[in-house]
Design a protein around this ligand. Structure first.
Ligand SMILES: NC(=O)c1ccc[n+]([C@@H]2O[C@H](COP(=O)([O-])OP(=O)(O)OC[C@H]3O[C@@H](n4cnc5c(N)ncnc54)[C@H](OP(=O)(O)O)[C@@H]3O)[C@@H](O)[C@H]2O)c1
Length: 254
């Protein structure tokens, strides 16, 4: 297995998880914080998840990066989403333009917020390869710090242009759907295959597969299960997979 210099990180996704259920958010987020998670991804699209995430983080906000999104093509509505986020989170470490919605309109005011210190870094996301050309154009403006794209053994389109471009431009990469929205977990490979990989579970192998690509900085598996959050954290520990282990994961996922 190879060692690598950049510190890859497991974060927590919040789509389709606790929504507005503050008690469940508290349980999952505390388990994640106890395991050392330091990045939490959300969006106004995730049905109350931002509010419950904000409440769950309130007492333990130091050192945590909130990566949320602006999800609207209207500048006024985007500013209103940001105003609510400041109430929930105090500041936003990573503000991403969700699904490229209104990205040209949002960039100038987000840059002013970054200059004023209320936003840390600016990112842009899209889940669909059909939008990857536009995502690449957005990155080529040089105005984004972060891009969020899907990457797992069944969804590798981002490897073609976006990951090389992100590397060239020094843009950080957050990986959404590292478990294929759970579709990659329907069967688990035999225990001896997992022990060959040095992991305890199949989700851990898949998360480590993505984090072992040196162009990837963060994976954000979503879960509504505190125990799953604890187990997924193990994927953020070295040693990283080399090409042989990555190919084995790809064969096991085929
Ligand atoms: N999907 C998108 O199009 C999209 C778009 C933009 C951004 N994102 C961001 O990326 C995040 C991650 O993507 P995702 O939510 O689509 O899918 P994902 O993280 O690939 O998969 C989530 C699924 O995996 C299951 N899971 C997680 N850990 C597990 C474990 N250790 N054992 C068994 N099952 C486990 C979860 O179920 P349990 O609750 O039972 O653990 C859930 O059903 C989102 O939450 C969001 O923050 C997603």
């Amino acid at each position: 297995m190879e060692e690598r210099r950049l510190g890859p990180v497991v974060g927590l996704g919040t789509w389709n998880t606790f929504g507005g259920d503050a008690a469940l958010a508290e349980e999952v987020v505390s388990a994640a914080l106890d395991q050392g998670y330091r990045l939490f991804d959300s969006s106004p699209m995730y049905g109350g998840a931002e509010a419950s995430l904000g409440a769950a983080l309130r007492a333990r906000r130091d050192g945590v990066r909130v990566a949320t999104k602006i999800w609207t093509s209207s500048t006024d509505a985007g500013r209103e989403q940001f105003r609510r986020q400041l109430e929930w989170f105090g500041s936003v470490e990573v503000e991403q333009i969700h699904n490229l919605a209104g990205w040209r309109e949002h960039l100038p005011w987000l840059e002013r917020e970054r200059d004023a210190g209320r936003v840390g870094q600016i990112g842009v996301t899209h889940y669909s390869p059909r939008a990857f050309d536009e995502l690449a154009s957005a990155l080529r403006t040089g105005r984004f710090d972060i891009v969020q794209v899907p990457l797992n053994p069944h969804e590798r389109e981002s490897e073609r242009e976006l990951l090389p471009l992100a590397e060239e431009l020094g843009v950080k990469v957050i990986v959404m759907r590292p478990l294929g929205e759970g579709s990659l977990l329907r069967g688990s490979p035999p225990a001896d295959a997992l022990s060959d990989l040095g992991v305890d579970s199949w989700p851990e192998a898949l998360l480590k597969w993505a984090l072992s690509d040196p162009r990837v900085d963060v994976v954000i598996p979503a879960t509504r299960n505190a125990d799953h959050a604890r187990k997924n954290a193990r994927a953020g520990e070295p040693p990283w997979f080399g090409s042989e282990e990555r190919r084995l994961v790809e064969r096991l996922a085929a």
